[in-house]
Design a protein around this ligand. Structure first.
Ligand SMILES: [Cu+2]
Length: 365
């Protein structure tokens, strides 16, 4: 029979009925040796390098960029589970948020460590949640070894005004007004932006709509992204990430492969669950789906499927290209497992999968 998902809590583990089978990746992808092009030499990016396109001067490349991924290291530290719960909206109408820029070794999948560049020491960076019309001051301090910058998609500002290079040791405050509601990406824009995003410099901003969002039983925030592994313990591999047909080693929710498959997320049976979901790529789309549920309320990039609409429309999966976000809501109708995936299944099998566990996890009890 098909393999049954192993649940950390043990619920349902003895259930012998057919079940979804999710083969976890044992080894990351490899790319042909010919794909291993050298990365441009290190140089401090100038302000004019704030570009989405090809780098003219790339910052520090992986010291030992490799064409193929490293082998899993049995001695790598265990990954640190990221709480999937969406943060509360910040109190007040004007906010000061500290964003130290920190280089950090992070275990991104069992046995694989990446020397990441981060906002706030985590990948993704902190999720910021505010009300429409709020003013946000992001206080950046570059504690790393190379220049970085930040670009808030929730903001409206000239690229050469606030998306400026912040050199090592420097500080900068990026200020914006939350003019529009939605689920927004932020990321480093320093060239090559592809590498800075691929190496962990991204996160989510939630701007609640006028009047706020109604209270629900459970709220979560998931950022889908890709890892293109360099050598063990080194930054991501720019050459791999820069392929026109890229083959990520892992595709993940909230930075770590399979973390919510290993550690299912509890939801209330019969309650309303809301998920803020964002695809940051840098390259691949998401088709966010929750097995066994139908979304009755979706707001994607300003387009709304309203709950209780007269024609009875529902939604099965939400398509998100890189830098697109959505708010989805559904109700688990019974106790049991409701896996969430990108329905691009080659990526679900490379880490983009988790499990919502409703009630005690057993629909027959
Ligand atoms: Cu950066």
């Amino acid at each position: 029979m098909a393999a049954v998902i192993a649940l950390a809590a043990g619920a349902c583990a003895s259930n012998d009925r057919p079940a979804w089978s999710f083969a976890a990746p044992q080894t990351p992808n490899t790319v042909p040796a010919a794909a291993a092009t050298s990365v441009p030499a290190t140089a401090a990016p100038a302000p004019s390098d704030m570009a989405m396109g090809q780098a003219t001067a790339a910052p520090a490349a992986p010291a030992a960029a490799t064409a193929s991924a490293p082998k899993a290291d049995p001695n790598a530290p265990a990954y640190i589970l990221r709480d999937a719960t969406a943060p509360a909206v910040l109190p007040g109408t004007e906010h000061d948020v500290d964003f130290p820029i920190v280089e950090k070794d992070i275990t991104v999948a069992a046995g694989f460590v990446v020397h990441t560049w981060t906002f706030g020491g985590t990948v993704p960076g902190p999720t910021i949640r505010v009300h429409l019309g709020d003013i946000v001051h992001i206080h950046l301090k570059n504690e790393g070894q190379m220049s970085h910058s930040i670009d808030f998609h929730a903001s409206q500002t000239a690229m050469n005004h606030q998306m400026v290079e912040i050199k090592p040791g420097e500080t900068f405050t990026y200020t914006f007004t939350a003019d529009y509601a939605g689920v927004w990406m932020y990321h480093c824009g320093t060239a090559p932006a592809l590498l800075h995003i691929a190496n962990g410099m991204f996160g989510m901003v939630i701007v609640e709509p006028k009047g706020g969002l109604p209270k629900v039983d459970n709220e979560f925030a998931f950022v889908q992204s890709e890892w293109y592994l360099g050598a063990q313990g080194q930054p991501s591999d720019y050459a791999k990430a820069n392929q026109t047909a890229p083959a990520p080693d892992f595709v993940v929710f909230n930075g770590i492969a399979n973390q919510y498959k290993d550690n299912p997320v509890a939801v209330k049976t019969g309650g309303r669950t809301r998920v803020f979901v964002l695809d940051v790529g840098p390259n691949e789309d998401s088709s966010f789906h929750v097995v066994g549920t139908i979304f009755d309320h979706v707001i994607k990039e300003g387009i709304e499927l309203q709950r209780g609409n007269a024609s009875g429309w529902g939604s099965q999966a939400v398509d998100l290209s890189p830098a697109q976000g959505a708010i989805i809501e559904f109700t688990p109708t019974e106790d049991g497992m409701f896996p969430f995936v990108t329905h691009a299944f080659n990526f679900a099998t490379h880490g983009a999968i988790g499990i919502f566990l409703a009630g005690d996890g057993d629909p027959l009890n």
